[in-house]
Design a protein around this ligand. Structure first.
Ligand code: PLP
Length: 406
C-alpha cells in the first residue's frame, strides 16, 4: 500500500492566494460587468525592461545557430550572470560576495522552500508572524512541526510582528537555530535598520544559528541608511544565507530568475559538533535536483546590470513606489494606521475588523481585491495588505472606490 507523507495532511486546507482567487472568480460570475481591480497578489503588471528584452531576443537568436547554441548550462548559473550579481549587488555596495558564492535559480520561492532540506529534522525554527507562507509550509511538509492548533503549528517559534513593535520582532526568548527574516517585509512592508539587523546577526553568531534572509524586495529601498543586503552587517557572512529575485526587481515573475547567496564561511554542525560547509552542501543539492535557468533568461537577467538596465529597473520600481505612496496617503487620509509603502511595494493596513470581512467588503463594495492579513498568520488578523503592483490609473481608481465604499 502506497503511503502518503502525513505531514502534508497538517497543512491548512488551501494556499492563501487560491482561496482569494476562488472568491474573486465567484464574485466575477455574479457580477459579470464589474471591473475588478487587483491589489492582492504581489504580481507585477509592467513589461520587462527594454534592456532585458533586447538581451533576451539576442540570446534566443543564438539558440537558433549550431555555432552559438547552448545546451545544459552550469547548474549554479553562467559565470557572466554570477559575475554581474557579485559586482553590482554586493561588491559595489561594500559586501564581499564572490561569484562562486552565488547560485542562480528559477525563483526565490523555490530556494526559500527547498533550503530547509539541508538542515536536520529537529532543527529549531523561528518564523515571523505574519509571514510569507512558503517558509512555514515547507517546514510543515518536511515534518519539522506538530499539528496546527489555534492558528499556529506546534514546534515553531513565532516571532511576532505587531503594531506595538513596529513590525520588527524581538529576539526569541528560547534558543532557535534557523531564523527566517524578510526585509523589506512581505506582507507588512516593514524595513529593518542596520542596527536592528546586527542584533540578529550577533544572536546567530552567539548561538551558532543561521539566518535565512529574504531580500526579494531590496530594489524598492530608497533610504540609503537601510541595508539592502544582510552582508552589509559585520559578521553576517558566517551566519546568513540570502535570497534575491529578479521577479519584483525587474518584472521577472513570469520569466523566472533569482539567486541565493551561500557564503563559504557559513557552517552547520553534525551530531558530534563538527562544522560543515553549507556552500558545498547546497552546491551538491543544487547540482542533483536543479538543471539551471535557461540561457536566454540568464542573458535577460544580466541586462538588468547594464547602464540602460539599471536606469530602466529604477524607473520600473519608482513607478510602483509612486503607486505605493498614493495608497499610503489615501489610506492614511481615511484614518487607518498602516505600515510599509515607503521602501516597499506593500501597504499593511490595520482595518480594526476581521481581515476576511474586510476583504469581502472591499471586493463587494469597491470591486478591489486585497489580501487578508490573517492569511499570513495569527498576527495578521485585523490587517489587510494592499500591493502597489498595478497601473497608476487603476490604483487611483481603486482608492477612489475604497473612499466611496467606506
Ligand atoms: N520571497 C518573498 C518574500 C516573496 O514575497 C516572493 C514572491 O511574492 C518570493 C520570495 C518569490 O520570488 P520568486 O518569484 O523569485 O520565486
Amino acid at each position: 500500500m502506497i503511503k502518503i507523507n502525513e505531514h502534508y495532511l497538517k497543512l491548512q486546507e488551501s494556499y492563501l492566494f487560491s482561496n482569494i482567487a476562488k472568491k474573486v472568480s465567484a464574485f466575477q460570475k455574479l457580477n459579470p460587468g464589474r471591473q475588478i481591480i487587483k491589489l492582492g497578489i504581489g504580481d507585477v503588471t509592467r513589461a520587462l525592461p527594454d534592456a532585458c528584452i533586447t538581451a533576451f531576443h539576442k540570446a534566443v537568436d543564438e539558440m537558433s545557430d549550431d555555432l552559438s547554441f547552448m545546451g545544459y548550462g552550469p547548474e549554479q548559473g553562467y559565470e557572466f550572470l554570477r559575475e554581474a550579481v557579485s559586482q553590482n549587488d554586493y561588491k559595489n555596495q561594500g559586501a564581499d560576495i564572490s561569484p562562486d558564492e552565488i547560485f542562480i535559480s528559477d525563483g526565490a520561492k523555490c530556494d526559500a522552500g527547498n533550503i530547509q532540506e539541508i538542515f536536520a529534522i529537529d532543527t529549531k525554527i523561528a518564523i515571523t508572524d505574519p509571514v510569507y507562507p512558503v517558509y512555514l509550509d515547507s517546514n510543515v511538509m518536511a515534518g519539522r512541526t506538530g499539528d496546527y492548533y489555534n492558528g499556529r503549528y506546534k514546534g515553531i517559534t513565532y516571532l511576532e510582528s505587531t503594531m506595538e513593535n513596529g513590525f520588527l520582532p524581538k529576539l526569541p526568548d528560547e534558543h532557535v537555530e534557523l531564523i527566517y527574516l524578510c526585509f523589506p517585509n512581505n506582507p507588512t512592508g516593514a524595513t529593518i535598520s542596520k542596527k536592528e539587523l546586527k542584533k540578529w546577526v550577533d544572536y546567530a553568531r552567539e548561538n551558532k544559528s543561521l539566518i535565512l534572509y529574504d531580500a526579494a524586495y531590496e530594489a524598492f529601498i530608497r533610504d540609503n541608511e537601510l541595508p539592502k543586503s544582510i552582508y552589509e552587517i559585520e559578521g553576517a557572512k558566517e551566519v546568513a544565507i540570502e535570497f534575491r529575485s529578479f521577479s519584483k526587481t525587474a518584472g521577472f515573475t513570469g520569466t523566472r530568475c533569482a539567486f541565493t547567496v551561500v557564503p563559504k564561511e557559513c557552517k552547520a554542525y553534525d551530531l558530534h559538533g563538527n562544522a560543515h560547509d553549507l556552500h558545498s552542501i547546497w552546491n551538491r543539492r543544487h547540482c542533483t535536483k536543479f538543471n539551471g535557468v535557461s540561457y536566454p533568461v540568464q542573458r535577460a537577467a544580466e541586462a538588468v546590470y547594464s547602464n540602460l538596465g539599471k536606469k530602466q529597473v529604477k524607473e520600473l520600481t519608482d513607478y510602483y513606489l509612486k503607486n505605493a505612496a498614493l495608497i499610503k496617503q489615501e489610506i492614511t487620509n481615511l484614518g487607518f494606521s498602516c505600515a510599509g509603502g515607503d521602501n516597499s511595494p506593500y501597504i499593511w493596513i490595520f482595518g480594526n475588523r476581521d481581515s476576511w470581512d474586510f476583504f469581502d467588503m472591499l471586493l463587494e463594495k469597491a470591486g478591489v481585491v486585497c489580501t487578508p492579513g490573517a492569511g499570513f498568520g495569527r498576527c495578521g488578523e485585523g490587517f489587510i495588505r494592499l500591493s502597489a503592483f498595478n497601473s497608476y490609473e487603476n490604483v487611483q481608481k481603486a482608492m477612489l472606490r475604497i473612499k466611496e465604499a467606506l
